[in-house]
Design a binder for this molecule. Structure first.
Ligand code: 5GP
Ligand code: ZN
Length: 143
């Protein structure tokens, strides 16, 4: 548990939440300031700031709960789909520094846009730059 972390306080039961799923390692609850009815957050109970800070088994547990909850979340509010996403890092808009996946129900004609719409101009990358980036990422996956 991290002091001054809102989500750690929710895990500890010090701040109430509308819990929709809980197991030993993962908690899911309604967002207090929802972007749509049914907006749900899925968090590891242990404090990890970023997605990549979680051990891979815990990351798998969090994703499994996201996977399990999408259908009941959409059904509960009769949604037509959902945006499932992580703001990862302050620069990406992460406000609570305890990693959390969002399930935001989507509706026909809800006026909201796809994840692509949060980005501005697209970079114009040459083939050799793309090759270098791909190689660098591939190298980084080696343990
Ligand atoms: P972020 O911008 O970090 O990806 O999203 C943080 C989310 O947490 C926001 O959607 C915000 O409404 C939600 N949130 C912040 N504080 C609380 C809280 O105390 N309880 C609940 N249930 N949600 C919260
Ligand atoms: Zn925390």
């Amino acid at each position: 548990m991290s002091e001054d972390c809102i989500f750690c306080s929710i895990v500890a039961g010090e701040i109430p939440s509308r819990t929709v799923y809980e197991d030993d390692d993962v908690l899911a609850f309604l967002d207090a300031n929802p972007l749509a009815p049914g907006h749900t957050l899925v968090i590891p109970k242990a404090h990890h700031e970023h997605v990549q800070d979680m051990p891979s088994d815990l990351a798998g547990d969090v994703f499994a709960v996201l996977n399990r909850l999408v259908e009941p979340v959409e059904s509960a509010v009769d949604a037509d789909g959902s945006t499932v996403a992580f703001n990862n890092g302050e620069v990406a808009g992460q406000e609570v520094p305890h990693t959390h996946g969002h399930i935001v129900p989507r509706f026909e004609d809800d006026g909201s846009r796809p994840i692509h719409s949060i980005f501005g101009d697209r970079p114009n990358l040459a083939d050799d730059e793309l090759d270098d980036i791909a190689a660098s990422i591939a190298d980084g996956t080696d343990d």
